[in-house]
Ligand binder design. Structure first.
Ligand code: SIN
Length: 504
C-alpha cells in the first residue's frame, strides 16, 4: 500500500540552486532530491559564476541589453528587467549566506568577462568553482533551517492532480517505495535535459523528467526546441563531459584546429568571444571537416592555469593533458535548456498549484539563447520569487484522480535515445534528421508508454521540426535564415501527442 503524507507547505522537486533558494524563501518546505544535496545538480557543476551589474561602470540596463541581444528576439523584456535589477542583490544575498566570492583587496567582487557580455560582470569563486561553493553555502543554510525537510534519493513519479486539474501533490519514489505526498503547492526545480543527449556537461540524471511529467499533467511548455550547446566541453570520452569554462576564452585562450590554425576569425569578428551558438557551430564544423578543435591556454594562462582554473586543470590532468603546455581537445555539449515549463514572474505555471523555477522553467529571461552565467542568477532570483508565491498558496485541492506512477525508460533504451538526439537534434538540425528521430520515438512509445524522458524528447523534436528558421541555439541547415520572432507554447492536451497518451 502506498504511504500517504500531508505536508503543510510547498513540496519542491529538485535541490539545485533554484529549488533550495525556493525552500529558503518559503521558510517551510519539503525538498525531494534524487541525490544527496549538492551532488547531481547542474548548479553545483557551474564553473563561470553569476552575472550581475556589480561593477561601478555597469548597470542593470546594460546587463539587460546583453541578455536580450543573446536571446535573439525571444526574451520577455519584463522578466529580463526583473532579473538584471534584482541580480546584484541576489549575489550579495548569497555572499551573506557564506558564498565566498572572489574579492579584490578593497572588497569589491572580482568580475570575469564572458562571451557576449559588454562588461566584465561574472562574480566568480576560486576561478572556476562558483557552483560548488555557492551550493555549499545554500545547503548549509537549508540544513540549518528546521522547517525545511529534505528527503534524499527521492524522485517524482507523477504530479498528483484533482479532477479540476489543480496540482495537489506528488507521487514520489523515496528509497524505492512510493509515497503519496499531498500539499497545497508543488515547485518544480528539476533542471534541464542534458541527459537526453549523448554529449552533455550536466549530470546524467538530469534528463527532462520534470519537463515530461509536467507536460503530461497538461502544463504549458514554452520553447522546448531551444537547447544550448556549450562550445567547449573537454573531449576526453567522459560522460558527462567536463566543462572548460568560457572564462578561459575571456582570459584570452584561443581555439585552434589540429594544424594549429586559430579558426574563429573565419566564423565571426568577435572570434573566441562570439555568441555561444556561433562558437559551438564553428567547433562542430571544424570537427566535422576532420580538422579537430582544441582550446589553447598555453600562452594566455600557462603556469597560472592550476590556481586560476583548478577544476578544469584537474579534469585535464585526469586524462593526462597538461593545459599549461598542451591544447585541450574540445567538443560542443548540451549545457542548458532555454525552454521549459512556462511561468509568470512569480514562477506560477499554467496549472493551479504548480510552480517552476530554474532551468526547468521558462520565465522568458533566456530567450532563444541564454547569456553566459545568467543561469545561477535566474535560479536565485526566480527561485526566491517562486518560493514566496508558493508558500502563500491558500487553496487545498481535491482528491487526486490517479496514483499510478508514470513508466520508466530502461537505461539501454535511454542510451539509444541519447545517441539519436545528439545526431539528429543537435548543434545542426534539418528536416530529414528530425523526422528520422521522430520515427524512432514513435517506435519506442508503444513499448514504453508515456515515459517522461521520451515525452521531453518528443517536445524538443516536434518544436524543432515546426520552427522552420534558425535562431539562437536552434540552427536548421535547411532553414538558415531568421524569420519573425515567435515563441513556441505547447500543451500536450492540445498537441498530437495527447492522442497518443490519452488512453493511459
Ligand atoms: C561557463 O563557465 O562557461 C558556463 C557558464 C554558463 O553556462 O553560464
Amino acid at each position: 500500500m502506498t504511504e500517504r503524507v500531508n505536508f503543510d507547505g510547498p513540496v519542491i522537486l529538485g535541490a539545485g540552486l533554484a529549488g533550495l533558494t525556493a525552500a529558503l524563501a518559503a521558510g517551510k518546505a519539503l525538498v525531494l532530491s534524487p541525490t544527496p544535496l549538492a551532488t547531481g545538480c547542474s548548479s553545483a557543476w557551474a564553473q563561470g559564476g553569476m552575472a550581475a551589474a556589480l561593477a561601478a561602470d555597469d548597470t542593470p540596463a546594460l546587463h539587460a541589453a546583453d541578455t536580450i541581444a543573446a536571446g535573439a528576439g525571444l526574451c520577455d523584456p519584463n522578466a529580463v528587467a526583473l532579473l538584471t535589477t534584482e541580480g546584484p542583490q541576489a549575489v550579495r544575498d548569497l555572499a551573506a549566506l557564506g558564498a565566498p566570492f572572489d574579492r579584490k583587496a578593497g572588497g569589491d567582487f572580482v568580475l570575469s568577462l564572458e562571451a557576449a557580455h559588454a562588461k566584465a560582470r561574472v562574480a566568480r569563486v576560486g576561478g572556476d568553482g562558483a557552483g560548488a561553493a555557492i551550493m555549499a553555502a545554500v545547503v548549509a543554510a537549508v540544513r540549518a533551517t528546521p522547517t525545511i525537510e529534505v528527503r534524499e534519493t527521492a524522485r517524482a513519479r507523477r504530479l498528483l492532480q484533482d479532477k479540476t486539474g489543480r496540482v495537489v501533490g506528488v507521487l514520489a519514489e523515496i528509497d524505492g517505495a512510493l509515497v503519496e505526498i499531498r500539499s497545497h503547492s508543488v515547485i518544480l526545480a528539476t533542471g534541464g535535459v542534458g541527459g537526453l543527449y549523448a554529449v552533455t556537461t550536466t549530470p546524467a540524471q538530469v534528463r527532462g523528467e520534470g519537463l515530461g511529467l509536467t507536460a503530461l499533467a497538461g502544463a504549458t511548455i514554452a520553447d522546448p526546441e531551444f537547447v544550448q550547446f556549450h562550445p567547449t566541453a573537454i573531449d576526453i570520452g567522459r560522460d558527462p563531459a567536463p566543462l572548460a569554462t568560457e572564462a578561459l576564452r575571456g582570459e584570452g585562450s584561443i581555439l585552434r584546429n589540429t594544424d594549429g590554425k586559430a579558426f574563429m576569425a573565419d566564423y565571426h569578428p568577435a572570434k573566441e568571444l562570439a555568441p555561444r551558438d556561433v562558437v559551438a557551430r564553428a567547433i562542430h564544423a571544424e570537427r566535422a571537416a576532420g580538422r579537430g578543435a582544441f582550446l589553447d591556454a598555453t600562452t594566455a594562462l600557462g603556469a597560472h592555469f592550476p590556481h586560476e582554473f583548478p577544476a578544469v586543470f584537474e579534469a585535464c590532468q585526469s586524462a593526462g593533458i597538461d593545459p599549461r603546455r598542451e591544447m585541450i581537445p574540445v567538443v560542443p555539449a548540451v549545457h542548458y535548456h532555454m525552454g521549459g515549463v512556462a511561468t509568470d514572474l512569480d514562477g506560477r505555471a499554467s496549472l493551479p498549484g504548480l510552480y517552476a523555477a530554474g532551468e526547468c522553467a521558462s520565465t522568458g529571461v533566456q530567450g532563444a539563447n541564454r547569456l553566459a552565467s545568467n543561469s545561477l542568477l535566474e535560479a536565485a532570483v526566480f527561485g526566491a520569487r517562486a518560493g514566496h508565491a508558493a508558500a502563500a498558496e491558500g487553496v487545498q485541492g481535491g482528491e487526486p484522480v490517479s496514483l499510478e506512477p508514470l513508466p520508466d525508460l530502461p537505461v539501454a533504451t535511454l542510451q539509444v535515445l541519447r545517441k539519436a538526439m545528439s545526431r539528429d537534434a543537435g548543434v545542426i538540425r534539418d528536416e530529414a534528421g528530425l523526422t528520422r528521430l521522430l520515427a524512432q520515438i514513435d517506435a519506442l512509445e508503444p513499448a514504453y508508454g508515456p515515459c517522461p524522458p521520451l515525452v521531453a524528447a518528443r517536445l524538443i523534436i516536434d518544436a524543432a521540426l515546426a520552427r522552420r528558421e534558425s535562431r539562437g541555439g536552434h540552427y536548421r541547415s535547411d532553414f538558415p535564415a531568421t524569420a519573425q520572432p515567435v515563441r513556441t507554447f505547447v500543451t500536450l492536451t492540445s498537441a498530437d501527442a495527447a492522442v497518443r497518451y490519452a488512453a493511459e
